[in-house]
Design a protein. Structure first.
Length: 266
């Protein structure tokens, strides 16, 4: 059963961080042991769980990636939600794209870390930056499966060919087991024809890979990060929070199913 998931889409603002936080928190709420790893120099994930500026005894993900023989456990900190842990990021991570280039095993540095931690958690979710650079590559090499959020807006599918090509390259060169866990439709506005049309188009393209659960556009999901809380804690009754709880249920059912979903091969 896959344990390590890269939440990836090189398009900005499609709901990667929101999905990572709220799916992870929803799973923790039902008793799963979950680790979030922030691989985005914007560190939105870290601030979204209220830990902006915090580092673990070993430092941040930057130190974990660039260190010689780091002790993986020393980068993990607890969040205020039982069962949910974090490896934080800060602005230093911006430099990692460059600093990693001269290090050996530069694309598998994160894999080394997750390999040492995977037995301690039921699920590890890695948030990625909006690019297909070395940081995102590290997440795809480390992951068992990729989770792709797509926002239900006009250009949703633009750039997807690049992501698919990257996944194929990663499978060929580094990580043949990499699966596509699924596609999450985010920021869905049922009141607009455009939202409905885009959601239909995405389902036609990705078929069964798309989760049945759709995340609506919901103001609480946008507000929660400024309170340093997952939406499922900030306002558990909001439609956004309820949608992520439903997604977590569907995610668990899909991951427990014996047949792996079809691969995304373009
Ligand atoms: N379903 C939603 N409804 C309303 N607002 C949302 C929703 N999902 C995310 N947001 C808000 O939209 C913005 C972008 O979302 P998010 O940060 O999750 O995207 P991202 O893909 O991680 O962005 P980036 O590429 O910059 O890392 C954030 O301000 C977030 O709070
Ligand atoms: Mg983000």
């Amino acid at each position: 059963m896959p344990r390590v998931f890269s939440v990836a889409n090189q398009k900005g603002g499609v709901g990667k961080t929101t999905t990572a936080i709220n799916l992870a928190a929803s799973l923790a709420l039902v008793g799963q042991r979950v680790l979030l790893i922030d691989m985005d120099p914007q560190a939105n994930l870290t601030s979204g769980v209220g830990l902006k500026g915090q580092s673990a005894p070993g430092g941040t993900i930057y130190d974990a990636l660039t260190g010689d023989d780091p002790d993986a456990s020393s980068f993990v900190i607890a969040t205020q939600l039982a069962g949910l842990s974090l490896i934080p990021a800060d602005r230093n991570l911006t430099g990692a794209e460059i600093d990693l280039v001269t290090l050996d095993q530069r694309e598998s540095r994160l894999r080394r870390l997750t390999a040492a931690l995977r037995d301690r958690f039921d699920f590890i979710f890695i948030d990625t930056p909006p690019s297909l650079g070395l940081l995102t590559l590290n997440t795809l090499v480390a992951a068992d499966a990729v989770l792709i959020p797509l926002n239900c807006e006009y250009f949703a599918l633009e750039g997807i060919a690049d992501l698919v090509a990257t996944l194929q390259r990663v499978r060929a060169a580094y990580n043949p087991q990499l699966e596509t866990a699924g596609v999450v439709l985010t920021m869905y506005d049922e009141r607009t024809n455009l939202g409905q049309q885009v959601a239909r188009d995405i389902r036609e393209f990705f078929k069964d890979l798309v989760y049945v659960t759709v995340i609506p556009r919901n103001i609480r999901l946008g507000e929660a990060p400024s309170h340093g809380l997952p939406a499922v804690l900030y306002d558990e009754r909001s439609r956004g929070a309820e949608a992520y709880v439903a997604l977590a249920r569907e995610f668990l059912a899909r991951e427990a199913a014996p047949a792996a979903p079809e691969q995304l091969n373009g």
